[in-house]
Each structure stands twice: as C-alpha cells, then as structure tokens.
Design a protein around this ligand. Structure first.
Ligand code: GTP
Ligand code: MG
Length: 195
C-alpha cells in the first residue's frame, strides 16, 4: 500500500462525533498495551500519528484515521486495564458496542493479542463479540519480536485454540518495532477493502 496521506480525522466517544459514514472502516481492538496504536503507526510509517505509551490505557476514545482519502483505520480504546473503575469499564463497553452495532461503514474488526501470552477471558469475549457481529475474525499476534521465529507456530496454536479461530491463516504474527509482516497485514486489509 502506498501511503499518500494519513491523518487523524477525529477522536470520538459518542456516535454524534463519528465522521460521516461513507468511507470503509477497519478497526483494531484488543487489550490495553497490546500495540494497537503502534500497529497503525507502523502501517502508515508515521511514528507519532497514533499516540502510544508504555502505560496501558493511552487510547480512551475511538480514533478515526483517514488513509489516502480512500478508507479509514480506527483505533479502539483498549480493555482489561486493571486500574480502571467499574464505571469506566461500562463506558468503554458502551462506546465499543454502539460503534460495532451501528456502524455501516465498518467492514472488519481485527483483534490484536500479544503473541507471548495465551489470550485472556476478555480477549475471548471480544473475539466472540466480533464473530457474532458477522466479521471474519482476523487476529494479529503482536510483539512477535519478543519471541524467536521458531516459536511463532507454537504460540499461534495456543491463540487459535483459546479463541477458537477457524483457520490458523487468520492469525498474523506482527511486530511494529521490527516491521515483521507489515506487507501481510496490508494484503489482508486490501483484500477486505477489495482494492
Ligand atoms: P492502549 O492505547 O492503552 O489501548 O494501548 P495500545 O494497544 O494502543 O498499545 P501501544 O501501541 O500504545 O503500545 C504499548 C506498548 O507496547 C508501547 O510501549 C509500545 O512501544 C510497545 N509495543 C507495541 N508494539 C510493539 C512491538 O511490535 N514490539 C515490541 N517489542 N513492543 C511493542
Ligand atoms: Mg493506543
């Protein structure tokens, strides 16, 4: 994918703040700190575009990015951040639910999980939610630089089993820092967009 333009359109908490429907959207979900914002930056090759942090809970709104005036990538707020109050969690769930259920332009929600760890209950729930919305159920296994390539397959099997992913090929090992499989993720996105 040739990136001619990548810009933040808006950070939104409520439906009324979303940009108008029209351009197709692909969203990234996953627990706090898994690397959603880093993935977007790597895909568009712009380090500071989406704000990242070593501290979980950085992205707290839905952030819509315009890519090439053609389609959008959407950074969703992360879940599973222990220090968040019950009220905050409910707010998060509502924010995601409203977006997933009502957004006509949304063609896929890609789930990110850390390649090193067996997905947790929240990841499982999120994956089920994604599947129940009718999406394909593509998973990106982040931080693949943290384990040796020889161990990828083993970790992918664990993720596949825990989440109940139909096909191993739906799970893409990825590293934002080492740029592993950037083209593979773009190929998947292009297939989804049919471009
Ligand atoms: P929230 O906004 O809190 O939901 O987190 P996020 O999922 O957007 O994570 P973010 O992209 O901010 O990354 C969290 C931390 O993980 C940062 O310190 C990143 O530098 C680090 N990180 C992200 N991707 C990778 C990767 O591929 N490899 C390694 N080693 N670290 C990564
Ligand atoms: Mg983030």
């Amino acid at each position: 994918m040739k990136i001619k333009k990548a810009e933040l359109i808006i950070t939104a908490a409520f439906q009324s703040q979303y940009p108008p429907e029209g351009k197709l959207e692909i969203a990234f979900a996953g627990r706090s700190n898994v690397g959603k914002s880093s993935l977007i930056n790597r895909l568009v090759n712009r380090n500071g575009l989406a704000r990242t942090s070593g501290q979980p809970g950085k992205t707290q709104t839905l952030n819509f990015y315009n890519i090439n005036d053609d389609f959008r990538l959407v950074d969703l707020p992360g879940y599973g951040y222990a220090k968040v109050s019950m009220k905050e969690r409910e707010k998060w769930a509502k924010m995601i639910e409203v977006y997933l259920k009502n957004r006509k332009s949304l063609i896929e929600v890609i789930l990110l999980v850390d390649i090193r760890h067996e997905p947790g209950e929240h990841d499982k729930m999120m994956y089920e939610w994604i599947k129940s919305c009718g999406f394909n159920g593509i998973v990106i296994a982040t931080k693949a630089d943290k384990i040796s390539r020889g161990n990828w397959a083993k970790h992918i099997s664990v993720i596949q089993k825990k989440l109940g992913v139909e096909d191993k090929d739906f799970i893409i090992p990825f590293s934002a820092s080492k740029k592993f499989n950037v083209d593979e993720v773009w190929d998947t996105i292009e297939q989804l967009l049919e471009i």
